[in-house]
Design a protein around this ligand. Structure first.
Ligand code: ASP
Length: 414
């Protein structure tokens, strides 16, 4: 029985939380486990700020680094003795960051990003590995750059599955293992990252490669809820959802599941549990191949959307020739569609409002068509809807567009 346990940033945000993570891992003592860690809470954001400052050659770079250092050394001071080896290891990583910051930035922004932001997971995994050793859970720390092999699409690297599987099988032989989520390396061994929130995906890649028996993702929520608590009162905890439903939920924007995580697990029929690191006795939500007994409405909200309506300058019909051009422009600007709808004389699309993509997209579309757009709209999706659930969503809201299929209804709300 091999299990992969994945802990996100919130679960290790301070020394108390790290002690709590130890109590969870201690329950798996003697079992074959692989533990995947994200960076400590908010560190990835701070490292992103650091990259911006560095690349733009702005003052404040060193202060930002000091801020990041203070968080890590604050945690060390609470968990270790001053002369423990871990201080030297953490100092070495910060020296590596210093060396990067002293050199001229690489011309590719994403290359700099992956060099620096990947350090967040290295720092957290060193601290956790040494802390678990101190507490007599003797583990091996493996560097994920040695086995998560990717292309060189920095910041959003694609996995080379064949090579990665081979390396994982070679490297992961004894247990427990501690390693980093989110980070890999390309064919020239440059660090790469898998996209924000990518640590869940790392857990799934390892699980698929080793055919493990279970993956558990430890979160600050009790599991997968049927509605986003920021928008809906009294959301219900789902005991069980199927792999296919989880993929749909992630696609429509449910934040608790990383979109790429489910497929590698579904392929090998490996169950995924989403559990709370605070109430760790609870079983949370299990995602597997079985369909739940009761189908209830599931509500998902995607924020910060733009609704773009495209029509012909002479109000003539929008035909295939036009659609084909519109799609080529979307693909050129690397913009994905969250919803589309066409009528005789207009074509409407709803997309994420990405700062550096949408203005140039609209500009290019405007060269051939009349384009109207609404910013700051939200996309509400209800899976397994009924009239009550629709009422719950649209009450007192201005609906700009709606679309219904057998299982799913979506509303764009101003
Ligand atoms: N640390 C990375 C992030 O914050 C990856 C992860 O946590 O999954 O996006």
């Amino acid at each position: 029985m091999i299990k992969v346990l994945k802990f996100g940033g919130a679960s290790i945000k301070n020394s108390k939380r790290i002690e709590n993570v130890f109590s969870i891992i201690d329950k798996y003592k003697g079992q074959k486990i692989i533990i995947v860690f994200s960076a400590i809470a908010n560190i990835t954001n701070l490292l992103e700020d650091l990259v911006e400052l560095y690349v733009n050659r702005e003052a404040g770079v060193k202060n930002k680094l000091l801020e990041i250092k203070a968080i890590h050394f604050g945690i060390l001071d609470n968990l270790f003795n001053k002369n423990d080896k871990v201080y030297e290891k953490i100092n070495n990583i910060f020296d590596e960051i210093d060396l990067i910051l002293d050199a001229k930035p690489h011309k590719i922004f994403s290359f700099n990003y992956d060099q620096i932001v990947s350090k967040g997971e290295l720092l957290s995994s060193i601290i956790l590995s040494d802390y678990l050793n101190l507490k007599k859970i003797n583990n091996s720390l493996l560097d994920s750059r040695d086995f998560i092999k990717t292309d060189s699409k920095f910041q959003n690297a694609k996995i080379d599955w064949l090579l990665t599987k081979k390396k994982i099988k070679e490297k992961i032989t004894n247990f427990p293992i501690v390693t980093q989520g989110f980070v890999g390396s390309d064919m020239s061994n440059n660090p790469t990252t898998l996209g924000r929130e990518g640590s869940d995906f790392t857990a799934a890649i390892i699980a698929n490669s080793l055919d493990v028996d279970e993956v558990i993702i430890w979160k600050d929520v009790n599991g997968v809820l049927n509605a986003d608590p920021r928008y809906f009162d009294n959301p219900l905890l789902l005991d069980n959802i199927s792999f296919s439903e989880a993929i749909e939920l992630a696609f429509y924007g449910a934040k608790v599941i990383h979109p790429k995580t489910i497929q590698p697990l579904q392929q090998k029929n490996i169950p995924l549990s989403v559990r709370s690191f605070l109430n760790y006795e609870n079983t949370g939500t299990i995602i597997n191949s079985s369909e739940p007994k009761d189908i209830i409405p599931l509500y998902i909200v995607k924020e910060n959307q733009v609704l773009i309506s495209i029509s012909d300058n002479n109000l003539s019909f929008i035909v295939e020739k036009h659609l084909s051009w519109i799609f080529s422009v979307l693909s050129k600007h690397d913009v994905s569609l969250n919803l589309m709808q066409n009528s005789a004389v207009s074509f409407s699309i709803c997309v994420d409002n990405i700062k550096h993509k949408i203005p140039s997209l609209i500009e290019e579309l405007s060269n051939k068509f009349t384009v109207f757009y609404n910013e700051k709209v939200e996309l509400f999706t209800i899976r397994h809807y009924n009239s009550l659930s629709i009422e719950r969503v649209i009450k007192n809201k201005q609906i700009l567009l709606q679309q219904k299929s057998r299982n799913t209804v979506q509303f764009i709300v101003a």
